[in-house]
Design a binder for this molecule. Structure first.
Ligand SMILES: Nc1ncnc2c1ncn2[C@@H]1O[C@H](COP(=O)(O)OP(=O)(O)OP(=O)(O)O)[C@@H](O)[C@H]1O
Ligand SMILES: [Mg+2]
Length: 229
């Protein structure tokens, strides 16, 4: 099971939007997926509760004290992706949650205020030392703002996934009828973007797995060498 924590200390960066639609994209690709809402605002959990019974993604309400336990239960139940939505403005809280991640996804708008506010998120990342990618969200569909933002993110030492999510009315609207983007506008551009974003994340895990397998024989050879001394 892979745990993806969607995190940003900046309010309104798109954490809940990404968490819901990444979970929906994972389900669409055939993966057993659970979304854990750790934000006291409970936006994702309330959205789920108000939906028709049984509609995926499954969302659980899970505060940091219970998150590890919920993560273990999900692993035992054969869940493939455990996606975690987090609140803004809570460093201690964020560190505890980030420690449980296999990958941290940091949505950010390409505006100056949002980029400056990332400093606090970078501090959390430095503390937990986990793989992380920034994702540019609410990008304008024209102009160089997003490219400039990507450069600025590099200054923070953050790698940005090439898959951007653009500013789209369908993304603003799909939660009102309690839907995911794949239910609201299955053939729309936003659905294509979220599918591509999920695939890029799945590819990261695949590459990580392949790199570990390549390292394993070398590790064994070193161990044998040490033992034969
Ligand atoms: N790509 C996008 N295009 C258009 N609107 C967007 C996009 N991403 C997010 N939004 C809108 O921006 C607002 C904030 O998004 P969201 O609630 O996902 O942010 P958040 O980081 O979870 O906020 P909070 O910090 O309060 O938890 C919502 O109204 C959402 O619909
Ligand atoms: Mg939120």
């Amino acid at each position: 099971m892979k745990t993806i924590v969607v995190m940003s200390q900046k309010g309104g960066a798109g954490k809940t939007t990404l968490a819901i639609n990444l979970a929906a994209a994972a389900i669409k690709s055939g993966f057993h997926t659970v979304l854990a809402d750790t934000d006291p605002q409970q936006s994702a959990y309330n959205w789920y509760k108000d939906r028709q019974d049984g509609l995926e993604p499954d969302v659980i309400s899970s505060f940091p004290d219970r998150l590890g336990e919920n993560q273990d239960l999900a692993r035992q139940a054969g869940v493939d992706y455990f996606i975690v939505d987090t609140p803004p403005n809570a460093s201690e809280y964020a560190i505890r949650v980030a420690k449980l991640a296999d990958l941290i996804i940091i949505p950010t708008k390409p505006s100056c205020f949002d980029l400056v506010a990332l400093e606090r998120t970078v501090t959390v990342l430095e503390t937990v030392n986990k793989p992380a990618f920034a994702v540019l969200n609410e990008c304008p569909t024209y102009g160089s703002e997003a490219d400039d933002a990507e450069e600025a993110l590099l200054q923070y030492g953050l790698t940005t996934l090439p898959n951007r999510i653009h500013n789209r009315a369908s993304i603003r609207r799909h939660t009102t009828p309690l839907q995911t983007i794949f239910e609201y506008e299955p053939e729309g551009k936003a659905a294509v973007e979220f599918s591509a974003l999920f695939k890029a994340i799945a590819l990261h895990f695949l590459r990580e797995h392949q790199a570990q397998r390549k390292l394993q024989p070398r590790k064994e050879a070193v161990l044998q060498h040490v033992q034969s001394q």
